[in-house]
Design a protein around this ligand. Structure first.
Ligand code: ZN
Ligand code: ZN
Ligand code: ZN
Length: 142
């Protein structure tokens, strides 16, 4: 997401766009690939940016709750990727290289209906990921 959208989301939620939050956004946006909290910390440290690891963890948690970043958990490794799509969307993750693609469509109305019918719940949200092998990794998975 571009800077304007990032800023507007903070404004919308009446949250303060503090210096650490801004730094983290900039770095994620610059790199373009998923980064872990430690990696972010090291990169910002090298650039002489004053930021604590705790504040990186907190900011990433906040970004995730706002749907600005996607949290990728792979075993014990946790990485975050900046989302380009603002509204509800899903992701597909390559099991081999960790590449993430955002999906700008979500068509699960039949599925939701089935869930509601079988449980009596009123479904208000859902969250899931797709996993597979990307075009580059697919030929290697034989
Ligand atoms: Zn996303
Ligand atoms: Zn791949
Ligand atoms: Zn969906």
């Amino acid at each position: 997401m571009n800077k304007e959208l990032f800023k507007s989301l903070f404004k919308e939620k009446r949250l303060r766009l503090s210096h650490p939050r801004h730094l983290i956004y900039q770095e994620l946006s610059l790199v373009g690939i998923p980064l872990g909290p430690q990696e972010l910390y090291q990169r910002l440290l090298k650039k002489q940016r004053k930021i604590g690891l705790t504040s990186i963890y907190r900011s990433l948690d906040l970004f995730e709750s706002l749907g600005m970043v996607f949290k990728i958990i792979n075993g014990s490794s946790v990485k975050y990727k900046l989302c380009e799509i603002k509204d509800h969307h899903h992701h597909i993750i390559c099991k081999a290289c960790g590449d993430v693609v955002e999906l700008n469509f979500c068509d699960i109305s039949d599925w939701s209906k089935k869930v509601m019918e079988s449980t009596g719940y009123q479904v208000i949200d859902h969250q899931f990921n797709f996993y597979g092998f990307c075009k580059a990794c697919k030929p290697l998975q034989k």
